[in-house]
Ligand binder design. Structure first.
Ligand code: NAP
Length: 273
């Protein structure tokens, strides 16, 4: 389905590069992709590594792309879409910008063919998890296109409304950092117990990879998987009892509420005019 469409990317940074790489690997011809980035180095890198057409500013052909992906930083978003809006031709717009609400994009661009996406950095390794929210009235065809774009770099879930994207941000958007945080703790514990940092990193990273694969393929609740490695009085039991005594799970849940609250604040901040 994607290979018949033309794509315009506003912003040619990390997330745009991951998505473009995914689209090209799914059969979208590089010649069907135009990327706008004001930074000369970024344009040269994109043209060299992905073979796409690059521009310093949007032009009429860019504004006529079937699908336009907005992939600039939230702070750059307002200015970037101001120059794009007059060129739009009722295209499907997919924004990956953190914290920018659908209602504000609708106001700034005067369109309702809009999807707000929240990917995460594993998209760079083709294993992204993206939450998607549609503007009211989006057609099934447009939903299918947005699904295929997100699936070019991993998997996706649709949520009911824009507000739930703050929850997606708190769970999977910021989530890779939580995993890295726990890997850091496991690495530290490993070195404190006499292993090398390299051994600690490998043990921790592969444990996350393996446990995630097991959870993904198992129909059972993760609590059952956890209980299965926690025999009473054993080593895992000692570790989890220590975590419970320190209130780790509650603190972790609170942390994600803090992330969602910050997402709501950022939405209000970026969309105030
Ligand atoms: N990376 C992630 O994990 C992640 C996850 C979820 C969502 N996102 C969202 O994805 C968006 C892009 O993130 P990123 O990590 O890819 O950022 P990035 O690497 O900084 O990419 C943004 C690019 O857009 C360019 N740009 C700035 N102003 C522009 C304009 N007016 N027109 C066109 N391009 C312009 C920037 O150029 P300069 O460098 O010259 O400013 C930069 O190359 C952000 O809104 C972020 O919130 C990222």
């Amino acid at each position: 389905m994607l290979d018949t469409l033309t794509f315009g990317f506003l912003g040619g940074g990390n997330m745009a590069s991951a998505l473009i790489g995914g689209l090209v690997s799914r059969g979208v011809p590089a010649s069907a992709i135009r990327v706008v980035d004001p930074f000369d180095d970024a344009r040269q890198r994109l043209a060299r590594t992905l073979g796409v057409q690059t521009l310093a500013a949007p032009d009429a052909a860019f504004g006529a792309s079937d699908v336009i992906v907005l992939a600039v930083k939230p702070q750059q978003f307002r200015d970037a879409v101001a120059s794009l809006a007059p060129l739009l031709k009722n295209n499907l717009i997919i924004s990956v910008a953190a914290g920018i609400r659908l209602q504000d994009m609708q106001r700034w661009m005067g369109t309702t063919r809009l999807v707000r996406a929240m990917p995460n950095t594993p998209a760079l390794a083709g294993m992204g998890m993206t939450g998607l929210a549609a503007a009211a009235g989006l057609s099934d065809d447009d939903r299918a296109i947005a699904t295929s774009v997100a699936e070019a770099v991993g998997q996706c879930v649709w949520v009911e409304d824009d507000g739930q994207i703050d929850a997606v941000t708190a769970i999977s958007g910021s989530g890779p950092a939580y995993v890295f945080y726990f890997v850091e703790a496991m690495e530290r514990a490993a070195t404190e117990m006499g292993l090398s940092a390299e051994q600690g990193r490998k043990l921790a990273v592969e444990t996350f990879r393996g446990a995630a694969a097991l959870a993904a393929e198992s129909p059972e609740p993760v609590s059952t998987l956890r209980e299965r490695v926690t025999s009473k009085g054993g080593t895992t039991y000692a570790a989890l009892t220590s975590m419970d005594a320190s209130g780790i799970k509650d603190a972790f849940v609170r942390a994600m509420h803090a992330a969602a609250a910050r997402g709501r604040e950022m939405g209000a901040e970026f969309g105030k005019d």
